[in-house]
Design a protein around this ligand. Structure first.
Ligand SMILES: Nc1ncnc2c1ncn2[C@@H]1O[C@H](COP(=O)(O)OP(=O)(O)OP(=O)(O)O)[C@@H](O)[C@H]1O
Length: 303
């Protein structure tokens, strides 16, 4: 189990991670979500001992990773796919890693097959596409057959086939009982990948729950209404207690009132309707709304 407790990391005047606490359970894929600059990479690098916390702890099975004697055989991590030395071949990169962790060459061959790089293993990493580098990073994480796996933005640069493959791989790894934590700044990437979510913004925890719980809480029902007399309908709806916003294309988005009640109200007030469509906001919209206040940079304005 991964446990982050009251973790704070400051870089000079910037607080990258701010009193963050969450746990990640084995046997299920957990999505670590947050907008750009939320503190995901910082948290992951503290977890693998590459960076020291200012305060608090980040442990794996109760032990800080830096003091764990089994290295890659305990935790596999893909932090930056561009890390691998461009002048080395994919195979040599993995062989060097394997050697420093007491692992044999046969394991290198296995993981190269597993990630689909066996045919290009003799090519220099510098000539790999970003997607191939991601696969190589995933191979490196899998090398020690570890029970705990951390992946920072692993879907970056993968084509749709690659995304499907990597999703299946994560599910399989979790199914085998491993702890699998995957960071992303896109809810759409996690929607079909993760069971649990840890959502952060500006270094702080926003949600730690199942994706289903997050969806139930964050997906808001509304009704899209079109009418030739939006002024009259807006006034009638507001008077009846609904929340109305006018969309860019002139349609009204109505919350807190059902489509049936809106139709009845319009009929009673002799206001014609041209459209009445119930909808539920997408998970991406729910994520944007929940993290909206914490986005570091908004169009042209630093927060
Ligand atoms: N070495 C560093 N020195 C100074 N500031 C840093 C350093 N590393 C990260 N930060 C700052 O800490 C904050 C969190 O950054 P971090 O990379 O952890 O976020 P992230 O959620 O991984 O973002 P992204 O999705 O863009 O990768 C940002 O404001 C970033 O500028």
């Amino acid at each position: 189990m991964i446990e982050v407790k009251q973790l704070t990391k400051r870089y000079g005047g910037t607080t990258a991670v701010d009193d963050l606490s969450f746990t990640v359970r084995p046997g299920r894929v957990t999505g670590f979500l947050g907008p750009n600059g939320a503190g995901k990479t910082t948290t992951l690098s503290i977890l693998v001992g590459l960076s020291k916390p200012t305060r608090g702890t980040a442990t794996i099975d109760g032990v800080p990773f830096g003091t764990h004697p089994r290295g890659l055989r305990y935790v596999g991590a893909l932090l930056d796919a561009r890390d691998a030395h461009g002048g080395r071949t994919g195979q040599d990169h993995l062989v060097a890693l394997a050697r420093s962790n007491g692992l044999g060459r046969s394991r290198v061959r296995q993981v190269l097959e597993e990630v689909g790089l066996a045919d290009v293993a003799a090519r220099r990493v510098g000539n790999y596409s970003l997607g191939m580098k991601q696969r190589l990073g995933i191979a490196a994480a899998l090398l020690g057959d570890p029970p705990v796996l951390l992946f920072d933005e692993p879907l970056n640069g993968l084509d749709p086939e690659g995304v499907r493959w990597v999703r299946e791989l994560f599910h399989q790894l979790a199914h085998e009982g491993r702890t699998v934590l995957i960071s992303s700044h896109l809810m759409s990437e996690m929607e079909h990948t993760a069971i649990d979510l840890v959502v952060i913004g500006q270094g702080r925890l926003i949600a730690a729950e199942t994706l289903a719980e997050f969806a139930a809480r964050g997906r808001i029902p509304s009704v899209t209404v079109r009418t030739p007399d939006p002024t009259a309908l807006t006034a009638a709806l507001a008077e009846a207690g609904a929340k109305v916003t006018t969309q860019a294309d002139g349609a009204l988005s109505v919350q807190q009132m059902s489509a049936g009640d809106i139709g009845n109200l319009a009929f009673a007030k002799f206001i014609p309707l041209h459209e009445l469509s119930p909808r539920v906001s997408s998970l991406e919209e729910a994520f944007m709304k929940m993290t909206g206040d914490s986005i570091e940079y908004r169009a042209g304005r630093k927060q």
